[in-house]
Ligand binder design. Structure first.
Ligand SMILES: *Cc1c(COP(=O)(O)O)cnc(C)c1O
Length: 480
């Protein structure tokens, strides 16, 4: 045991001595000897470095152990941290896109905890196929003859282009050579798929004859990409999918339609602009439609391919399919999410993404009103806290021009002159809460859009910890 009075020395204590303190012993038990020694070394190195700019430094083994332990504690925290998404972007790619409904969480947990009949036909006792778990549901919900599932939609596009375009030509309109955030560029994917890209038309106008003229004996496919994250307005023309489908059909070519966000139902029921559904894209004649699991669908990350039976069969035979396959955890979650779509009228009750879309401004403002006072108290006298109108967006490139009327808690500094610095520090303080709160700064105010607020108790419980100081750096730099 150490004496009640901490012993302070002019020279840094040896690592061993820090390790033998009570705190050092507990840390070593919990985090392991090597990691604890390493953390003590780093703490000591920091202290030595800062002692060069300070005189009369006294070292205290207990305090050093405490710092090393705090360092270990911070590093032990899950790197994927829960946050409050109050950015106003419902499907935020950097914040993990869709959050899952309870039924999908339960299904995923079950698949993690137990062996599951993933590629096994329980009744027949024979080998099964993993895609079978959702194939029937996708057929039912989209009208497709068949379906295949992979890791994500980028993978779906890569796989489909490789299957029909490797060593051949793929025709795409110049107006649809899209880039999705995070380095997904259609021409690059095309090249990696081994397909030779044949661009037709111009940025703003492409005609049917442009496609017709480009078809040769080397053509492997015609592709249509949904320009989900931008809009070309004015003197613009693109060829409707139905006309392209007729052309592709008469020339014996598959029409591949990359829908991207991939709505399964008409979003106008949530007051959103109409986004083409997978069913519509197939009805227009696409041979295959590719779309994401974690965008408008509101499920786990996945790439869904729906369409004609013979085309799906060729996709499934491509060895690349094995490299891009989805895991059992997300497959279980996806099945549960798809099941919710069987009852669209109750979708918003169960599917968080649909619930967020369906929330009306008065509902959202009411959430803001319930939290306003607590936020004002936590922020302190230097700020004015109000509930104000704002606009949310869908995110993930879906319906980019669609603004959803929403409400926010808006925090403005009383003193306009030093407003900018204050706001940045306040935003950092909200981010350094145990569950970081993420909003955005706009027009001299910190704005927390309440559309995606689901855990008011959790939000309120941590507010007293708010302090108007930027988050501490990861390395300890306080002297003992
Ligand atoms: C988002 C998107 C992709 C990529 O999908 P991920 O699920 O992010 O892999 C591909 N094409 C379009 C049109 C998209 O919108």
């Amino acid at each position: 045991m150490n004496e009640a009075r901490p012993e302070r020395t002019k020279r840094p204590p040896p690592v061993d001595q820090v390790l033998r303190t009570d705190i050092g012993t507990v840390a070593s038990e919990r985090f392991g000897h090597p990691a604890t020694v390493e953390a003590i070394r780093r703490t000591l190195a920091c202290l030595r470095a800062s002692s060069q700019t300070h005189t009369n430094v006294l070292y205290d083994a207990d305090a050093i152990a405490r710092q090393a332990s705090a360092l270990l504690e911070r590093e032990d925290r899950s790197s994927i941290r829960r946050i409050f998404n109050l950015t106003g972007t419902v499907l935020h790619t950097n914040l993990g896109r869709a959050i899952l409904p309870e039924s999908a969480i339960a299904a995923a947990v079950e698949a993690m905890r137990f062996p599951v009949a993933l590629e096994f036909d329980v009744e027949g006792g024979a080998r099964g196929e993993r895609d079978d778990h959702v194939r029937g549901l996708i057929r039912e919900l989209t009208g497709a003859e068949d379906a295949a599932i992979v890791n994500n939609n980028a993978g779906a596009v890569l796989l489909v282009l490789n299957t029909f375009g490797a060593g051949r030509e793929a025709i795409v309109s110049r107006g649809e050579l899209i880039e999705i955030g995070g380095s997904f560029r259609l021409p690059d994917i095309m090249a990696r798929a081994g397909a030779h890209l044949i661009e037709v038309g111009t940025t703003n106008r492409t005609h049917l004859r442009d496609y017709e003229d480009a078809i040769t004996s080397d053509t492997g496919l015609i592709m249509k990409a949904h320009t989900s994250n931008f809009v070309i307005q004015g003197f613009a023309k693109s060829v409707p999918a139905s006309e392209l489908a007729t052309l592709a059909h008469t020339r014996g070519l598959p029409l591949i339609h990359d829908l991207g966000s991939g709505a399964l139902i008409d979003l106008s029921r949530f007051g959103l602009a109409s986004e083409p559904t997978v069913r519509q894209a197939l009805a227009e004649g696409a041979g295959l439609v590719t779309f994401s699991g974690d965008k408008l669908l509101g499920g786990p990350q996945a790439g869904l391919i729906a369409g004609a039976r013979d085309l799906i069969a060729r996709v499934a035979k491509n060895p690349m399919k094995r490299a891009l396959r989805i895991d059992k955890i997300r497959l279980a979650a996806l099945e549960a999410v798809l099941k919710l779509y069987r009852n669209p009228d109750r979708l918003a009750e169960h599917l968080p993404t649909a619930r967020y879309f369906a929330r009306t401004k008065p509902e959202i403002a009411a959430i803001g009103a319930r939290l306003q006072e607590a936020v004002a108290t936590a922020a302190g006298a230097n700020y004015v806290v109000t509930v104000a109108d704002c606009t949310s967006q869908i995110g993930s490139g879906a319906l980019p021009l669609e603004k959803l009327a929403s409400a926010s808690i808006t925090i403005r500094p009383r003193d306009r002159k030093q407003g900018g610095r204050r706001l940045t520090a306040l935003a950092a303080a909200f981010r350094s809460l145990p569950i970081p709160v993420i909003g955005h700064i706009e027009d001299g105010a910190l704005i927390f859009d309440m559309r995606c607020m689901d855990d008011e108790d959790g939000f309120l419980a941590q507010l007293p910890e708010l302090s108007d100081v930027p988050a501490p750096k990861d390395e300890p730099n306080v002297l003992a």
